[in-house]
Each structure stands twice: as C-alpha cells, then as structure tokens.
Design a protein around this ligand. Structure first.
Ligand code: DGJ
Length: 748
C-alpha cells in the first residue's frame, strides 16, 4: 500500500520506494501539507512549532490561539482571501462576487490504478503500478468543490498531481487561476534550477538561490516555448550531479504555463505550478467542472543525475503513448537544410538515392511541397500537393523512394494558416485575430483557432486523408509561431479567457485522433525546433526536433540542458553541413556525428555535396549508431562533470541497465596549446566489475594522438570499475577544432 491513512493522527502518507509525502487533516478542517522528501515514518506535525508571528490571521475557531495561521502553516492547496497571503493555487469568483474559496476537507478515497485527466495527456499505469488518492475540499457556501488527485507510482518514485474544480453553487463560478499543484517546503535552503533559452538555443540551465520574494518561470506564448521550459528543479545549495537533494516539478502541458516559487517572511518556500493565469479564465456553470493539467513530481536524494534518469524512465514508460517509444527508430535524412524551398522531384530523388547508398533508412520531405508554398510567406493551410514541383503528386515520388528501399516521411504544420492561402480566404474567422485590430504576424502566418470543433475536424479530415492516401511512414509536425491576438470568434466576450486553453484541448484531441487512426506512423514533434519540448507533447510524439540550431557545439549546451528532464530517445538530432547554416562554425564530420548520435540520429544535408571521405564517414557513423543503438537509446544517461583545471569539454555517458557496457562521449569545446591532462571520472559503472576498453575512437583531431597506439586497440586494456569511478580516466591530448572521442567499455 503506497497510500496510508492514519485515522488516529489524521495523516495521509504517500510512500514511494525512496520518498514520503504527507498531509494532515487538521482540527480546523484545513488540509495541511506536512512533508515531502526522503522516506520517513510517523506524524510530521511535530515539525511545526506553534508561534504567533503577528499579522498572520487566524481562523475563527482559533481566534484565541494566535499561533495557528494559514499564513504560516504549510498548505496542500491554497486559495486567497482566507488568511494565507502567500501564493494562491486557486483564484475564483462566484456569482455573488465572492473572491477566493475557504477550502475545508470533506472526504478522501484511495483506489488502485491511475486517475485520468479529461481531454489531456497524463501519466498512465501499465498495470498495478499506481494508486490514486482523491481528496475532496470544499467551500460549501461559495459553491466551490476541489478534488485533489494524487497518482502514486511507488516503484518509479514519482507522484503525479492534478485538480478538478466543480461548481456546486447556484450561479456561474469564474476561475481566474487554477494551478495543478501547490507544494510547500517549510524548511531549509533551496535553489531553483530552470531551463531558459530562445529560438535556436533552447533549455540553457540556470541555477539561482531563492531570495525572499517570488521567482517565476513561465510562458504566456500559447506554447511551452523555447524561452522558459515547463520544468523546474528545486535543489539544496550543495546538490551536485551525483549527490544531494533535489525535487522536480514538470507539468504535462504544452501551452502557456507558470511556476512561481515564493520564499516568504519565515523563509518557507512554496511552489505553485500550472496553466498561466494571464489570459486565462474559465466559467463553470452549476454542476460543471474543470480539470487542470497534471504535474509530475519527484524527490531525489541522490543528485541531479539520478533525478534526470527518473524522469527519462517515467516519461518513456508512463507518459509516451506511441507504439514507437521503444521501437528502433529509422536513421533519416531530411531535405530542409539540403534544399530549403528550392527542390524539384529530381533533386529530391538524387538526394534520396545517395542517402540510401550511404545507409539512410527514411527520407523526409520538409516544408514546401504543397499549395503555392515557394517561401515561408504563403500557402499554409492549402495541403494539396504542388504539382509543379512534384508532378503527379506525392505518390509517384513516394513510389520511387520506396523502390530505392527507403521509407518516406513528410513535414506538416497543421495549426497554422497563411493570410495568402485558399483556406484563409475561405475561413478568415478560423484564425485567432481580434476584431477590428490588425493581428501581430509571426513568420507572416496566423494561428488557427483549434478550440473550435469545426477547425479540429477540418484538420483531422485533411491529414487523415493525406495519410490514408499515401504511404507515409513518418510525420514531422511543426508549429512556427507563438500565439498573439487571442480571441476566438466562437466564444462570447465573457468566455474569451478560455480561448488559449481550449486551443490546447483542441490540439490534444486532434493529436489523439490522428495518432490513434494511424498508430504505425512515427510522429516527430517540432515547433521551430524545440519550442514545444514538453511532457504533454511527448505523450503523442516519441521524438521532438530539439532545436533549429544544428551546430554540434551549440547542441552540446542544448542537448545537455534538455537531458535534465527529457530522455535521449526523444531528442531529434541530425548531422548537418559545415560551415553550419545557423552560426557559420566549422566542425569535424566525426564530431557532428557523435553529437547527433546522442539523439534520434539522422542527416540534414545534401550528400551529393560531400567528399568521398565524408560519405565513407556517413557509412561508418550509421554502422556505429546501429551497433550502439541499444546502449544509447535504452541505456542510462549521465552528464559528466568537467574538472576545473583541465581543458574545456563537454562529456556524457550511457550505461546499459545491467551495467555490462558503457559509452563515454566527449567533445573538446575549447582547444588549448598546452593543455592540462584531460581527465574525468566515469559514473554508473559496476564497482566490482572489470571493464575492457572495447573501442576508442577519436574524431577530428588535427594532430595524431600519441598515446592512441595501435597496441591499445589490439590489447584492449582492462580496468576495474572502481578505478574508473573513483580514480577516473585520462585521455590523450587532442588538438584541432572541436575534436571528440568515444570510448566504449564492455565488462571483461
Ligand atoms: C522549422 C523547423 O524547425 C525546421 O526544421 C524546418 O522544418 C522549418 N520549420 C520549415 O519551415
């Protein structure tokens, strides 16, 4: 039993393998939060020494005990206007104009299995993995009922949370904020680790101490965004990759989101996470309810690396729904950086032919194949094939590509419409625009109002007939602008605050319908690169194009940042041309391959423009990737730490689940003339085993590597797991622009 109710002490404790989470039904009727952290036993109420701190209100039943205040005690789900001045999780107004809700415990129940979140992606139970706790709180006089839902995945050390809010009153209830989770951490120092960025440079980790006041990580862009990823980690100041306490909060949501972390007058920390409350309101008629997105919480006492690996496993096993999640993904070649819009069918076939010869398995036709789409200013919405570029339509092209022995994949951008399109001319009201105001443009396109059923149905019909009429094995689903001019012509003025979330519900419904109708198609998500790399999208897309930046050196930062929350098997990553198209940097072909291999792996270039030697490298890279596929995609991922006084590098590692083999990847990011030794320590190996250096391959070194002697390859030295973990490993000096190395160990 992972959920334990102690009726005497009135505590409810959620236990996972290594953690405990506890709440208490207090004598006042308020549901207090007592603890979240490493596994404990007993009633944690003793932690809260009563004290009158002044100017912190008391419930009327405690009017003579000024030491009892909602403003001081940790809460399970806070609402304003009742004496807690800290961040609220619920903000609502009823028909009488009453703001806030005085939420008191009503009942609770426990059942096997996992609750569902209506209309939204959420974690699922693969069979007896999860127990659900439902706690009902209510403000009876205000007509507000709140159901707090907890999914306890005991073995996974993950607790999920979501909230259902019901209008139990006689008139309308307007929600102005409905967070998914509120978590109080009453004691100790905490730091915030979050992942910010911009287009083509997503998910840069930033770790800051929490000061008194509020830190916010959010997106109000209608998408989870390149700018602030919906994943935050709270950690202790001394937490490192390999040790220390940390706690992750990740919403399963792809729209505007917000996480506020407040440190209050007493140094107590509260995190509130959910849908962004700006441009959000939701009207509930009597009897109606609203479900928030889910949040995945995990506490880990063993450092950031272990926390990441937990999220990797959980997302793959319990969130990704695609049949492709654990299937071997094809090595693809995408024509975008090879041709952009300037392709003919002959050009595409030449690229595909070369690609096939080099070992590529899937050819992907990117943007530009439909309507009058000769550039990115027009034709989105007109999903009929441009027969000037592709005579006879897609089928003759697909047939020829399949005849070469390749699978065929296609790019689409369903959620958008160009003003210059047949679709917009026929249905201008389907775009999100404000009446009487010129809309802000993004890539000269508008966003369709997916909250409208007829828009969702149109897109379902359009893309299901595309998929049923052609042999398409893979879809790249792009979205190249964020939302402005939020106004739905289908909603009355007082419900305009629902438009953004209704958009997400429409998008999720469309994705569910299409992926259910075409379960064999591999869908890759994309939003101008990694603008929607989140747990919500991963439910439908087992892989997501990680960034429009394909420079391997910048990708080191992007992919490392992404790895804090998301698994390598989800990271779309390709080898592209050098000089790189985004920043002009020149890098060795081998280093580009090594970085792309730590993802879904593919190419984004014209192989016809490569030298014979580079083509040979492609063959070798694909062979290597196939050999290492299991280890990379299903192994455990470790971020390795750089030694302060050595040369600058980025390094990461994969370890097989049974620790029988491991792979180290390292890229020198700043070569030096006379560098200190290149030394690091492996992680995750079996202490008691011996490992043989099975393969050690250097890429892009300008000078020969003196110590990479032929004997090394022949003798395959054996080193103990304990030595590699504790004494570490020293690599020969590497010179040149961005050289890299791969070291493959196998148990001796
Ligand atoms: C943005 C994507 O991230 C690119 O890979 C490419 O598909 C373009 N859109 C096409 O317009």
């Amino acid at each position: 039993m992972s959920i334990v109710f102690d009726s005497e002490r009135r505590t409810i404790t959620l236990n996972t393998r290594q953690t405990s989470y506890q709440m208490k039904l207090s004598e006042t009727g308020y549901l207090l939060h007592l603890y979240y952290g490493a596994g404990i036993e007993g009633d944690m109420s003793y932690l809260y020494e009563p004290a009158d701190v002044g100017f912190s209100p008391n419930p009327v039943s405690k009017r003579l005990d000024r030491r009892w205040s909602l403003d001081i005690l940790p809460q399970e789900y806070s609402s304003g206007n009742t004496g807690d001045y800290r961040l609220n999780a619920l903000s609502c107004v009823n028909a009488a104009g009453v703001w806030g809700a005085d939420l008191r415990y009503q009942s609770h129940s426990v059942r096997p299995g996992k609750y569902a979140v209506e209309g939204m992606p959420a974690a699922f139970d693969k069979g007896s993995e999860c127990e659900t706790l439902s706690v009902i709180l209510a403000d009876v006089s205000a007509g507000v009922e709140v159901e707090l839902l907890y999914g306890v995945f005991e073995e996974k050390d993950v607790i999920t949370r979501a909230v259902r809010i019901r209008n139990t009153g006689e008139g309308a209830l307007r929600l102005e904020k409905a967070a998914s989770a509120c978590l109080d951490l009453p004691y100790g120092d905490w730091e915030l680790l979050h992942f910010h960025g911009r287009h083509a440079m997503e998910r840069i980790p930033e770790r800051v101490p929490l000061l008194t006041g509020i830190e916010t990580v959010s997106s109000r862009r209608g998408a989870s965004s390149h700018q602030q990823n919906p994943f935050v980690v709270l950690c202790r100041p001394d937490t490192t990759e390999q040790a220390g306490e940390c706690l992750g909060l990740m919403p399963v949501y792809s729209g505007s989101h917000r996480a506020d972390i407040e440190r209050d007058q007493m140094g107590s920390v509260r995190a509130v996470m959910g849908i962004h409350d700006e441009q959000f309101s939701w009207t509930l008629l009597p009897g109606e309810s609203f479900s928030t997105p889910e949040v995945l919480m995990s506490f880990c006492a063993d450092g950031l690396g272990a926390l990441s690996r937990r999220y990797h496993r959980f997302l793959r096993h319990n969130v990704c729904r695609s049949r492709w999640t654990f299937r071997r993904r094809p090595v693809l070649l995408n024509n975008w950086e090879a041709t952009y819009f300037g392709f003919t069918s002959e050009k595409l076939l030449n690229i595909a032919r070369e690609a096939k010869e080099l070992g590529v398995e899937l050819f992907v036709l990117d943007d530009g194949w439909f309507g009058e789409r000769c550039d990115d200013n027009r034709a989105l919405g007109d999903w009929a094939v441009n027969e000037e570029k592709l005579p006879g339509g897609l089928n003759p092209l697909i047939e020829q590509i399949e005849a070469m022995g390749l699978k065929f994949g296609l790019w689409i951008e369903p959620e958008m419409v160009s003003e210059d399109s047949e679709l917009y001319r026929a249905h201008p009201d389907w775009a999100l625009t404000v009446p009487g105001r010129s809309p802000a443009m993004g890539r000269n396109q508008l966003v369709l109002d997916l909250g409208r059923k007829e828009v969702e149905d149109f897109l379902f019909e359009t893309f299901s007939s595309l998929l049923s009429g052609h042999r398409i094995s893979y879809i790249k689903w792009d979205a190249n602008r964020h939302i402005t001019d939020v106004y739905s012509r289908a909603l009355p003025p007082e419900r305009q605050g629902e438009a953004l979330h209704r958009y997400m519900l429409g998008l999720y419904s469309l994705l569910e319908r299409l992926t259910t109708a075409f379960p064999e198609v591999l869908f890759e998500g994309c939003a101008g690169g990694g603008g929607r790399f989140d747990a919500g999208m991963l439910a439908w897309f087992p892989q997501i194009w990680c960034s429009d930046d394909t420079d391997p050196i910048e990708r080191l930062t992007i992919q490392r940042g992404t790895s804090y929350g998301y698994p390598v098997a989800a990271v779309g990553s390709h080898v592209s041309a050098s000089p790189n198209h985004q920043d002009g940097r020149q890098t060795p072909f081998g280093t580009r391959g090594l970085v792309a291999m730590s993802g879904t792996f593919g190419y984004e270039l014209d192989p016809g423009k490569l030298s014979g030697e580079e083509k040979e490298q492609i063959r070798a890279q694909i062979a290597l990737f196939s050999e290492l596929y299991e280890l990379i995609q299903n192994g455990e991922y470790y971020r390795l730490e750089e030694e302060k006084h050595g040369p600058s590098f980025s390094a990461w590692e994969f370890v097989a689940p049974d620790k029988a083999e491991a792979l180290l990847c390292l890229v020198v990011t700043h070569p030096e003339s006379n560098p200190a030794p290149l030394h690091l320590r492996w992680q995750g190996l079996d202490e008691n085993a011996s490992y043989r250096v099975w393969r050690r391959e250097f890429f892009g070194c300008a000078l020969p590597i003196p110590s990479d002697t032929p004997e090394l390859a022949d003798e395959r030295p054996t080193l103990s797991g304990s030595a590699l973990l504790h004494a570490g490993y020293t690599l020969p000096r590497m010179y040149g622009d961005y050289p890299s190395v791969l070291v493959h160990l196998k148990k001796a």
